[in-house]
Write a protein that binds this ligand. Structure first.
Ligand code: TYM
Length: 336
């Protein structure tokens, strides 16, 4: 039996943080041998909010290098850049004309980001989930490993599949494949260091709210030292009145590789003064090998470019085939 197909991606907007790593990339790495994987740097998504053209290309290489540094293995996985494959934009247009506007207006992430943008909300920001649907559908993906915040976008993708197949497909020969989200409970929602009720996010104006994968040890120590805590005695998981405590213990659990039970027992009588150095040490130790590998990869630009070129060549075989299938079903003729 052939392996199930996985597709996922990260936007090249600044650096990756622990949320991106623990909610997504770490899970891609751990399961990659089981699947046929496609990991995309979604640079077309990065311009749905105002962006700096001088940084876009550099950030795109940074994310591709971080995929490799985190352990993506080219024996099992293909890495490519979204904008290198025109089929992503073309399928988005076709799906745009099939997707009702009010489906997009309901998207939680759109509403949250739109509030931040004020008058500057672009059509692209509204349309972003359709582009994401195109990313997934072009690879006939079975599974999409993501953090909790992307679940609604995958549900929308499934609704688009139903609509396209119902309107243009034949009963026994669907045009598009239904993808399923793959969301692991642990790490699916890493919270901000400055507010345990808010998601850790690249767009938070305060750098103190997130630990980035390329943060040097002294920055990690500073951020953890200053992170928000509470005045209660002892440390515990799952107390809704202590969101920071739950989040920080969860980070310690994931970064140290210990079980929840072991962490709960180790920390139940601790105060913050004892716990923070432990968490700092675990974070520095977990990120050190990633940072060393990253430096190595970034010192050889030709290597990275070769990987992205080969990734594009492989990915576009699937993308072009699915695009041709959709175009033909919609009635387009393709000249020979
Ligand atoms: P992006 O770039 O915002 O985030 C990349 C991945 O990181 C996860 N994530 C988190 N997980 C746990 N806790 C957090 N605080 C946290 N913050 C982010 C996200 O869920 C995501 O898995 N729209 C997507 C990118 C995308 C995509 C795709 C993903 C475009 N096309 C196709 C999958 C398939 C996004 O903006 O992710």
């Amino acid at each position: 039996m052939s392996k199930k197909r996985v597709l996922s991606g990260v936007q090249p907007t600044g650096n990756l943080h622990l949320g991106n790593y623990l909610g997504a990339i770490r899970n891609w790495v751990e399961a990659q041998k089981e699947y046929d994987n496609y990991f995309c740097v979604v640079d077309l998504h990065a311009i749905t909010v105002p962006h700096d053209p001088k940084k876009l290309a550099a950030d795109t290489y940074t994310i591709a290098a971080l995929y490799l540094a985190c352990g993506i293995d080219l024996e099992y996985s293909t890495i490519f850049v979204q904008s290198h494959i025109p089929a992503h934009s073309e399928l988005t247009w076709l799906l745009n004309c099939i997707t009702p506007l009010n489906w997009l207006e309901r998207m939680i992430q759109f509403k949250e980001k739109a509030v931040k943008q004020g008058e500057n909300v672009s059509v692209g920001l509204l349309d972003y989930p359709v582009l994401m649907a195109a990313d997934i559908l072009l690879y006939d993906a079975d599974l999409v490993p993501v953090g909790e915040d992307q679940k609604q976008h995958i549900e929308l993708t499934r609704d688009i599949v139903i609509r396209v197949n119902d309107r243009f497909g034949k009963k026994k020969k669907p045009i598009l494949k239904h993808p399923d989200p793959l969301i692991r409970k642990d790490g699916a929602r890493v919270m901000s260091l400055t507010d345990g009720t808010k998601k850790m996010s690249k767009s938070d104006p305060s750098e103190m709210s997130r630990i980035e994968l390329l943060d040097p040890p002294d920055a990690i120590a500073r951020k953890i030292k200053r992170c928000k805590t509470d005045p209660h005695k002892g440390l515990e998981f799952d107390n809704p009145e202590r969101p920071e405590c739950h989040n920080l213990l969860g980070l310690y659990m994931l970064l140290s590789g210990k079980t929840k039970e072991a962490v709960a027992a180790e920390c139940q009588d601790m105060g913050w003064g004892n716990f923070k150095p432990l968490l700092t040490e675990a974070a520095i130790a977990a990120l050190k090998p990633i940072q060393e590998k990253y430096d190595e990869i970034m010192s050889d630009r030709d290597y990275l470019e070769t990987i992205l070129r080969e990734g594009r060549e492989k990915a576009e075989l699937s993308a072009n085939e699915v695009l041709a299938r959709v175009k033909s079903a919609l009635g387009y003729s393709t000249p020979l």
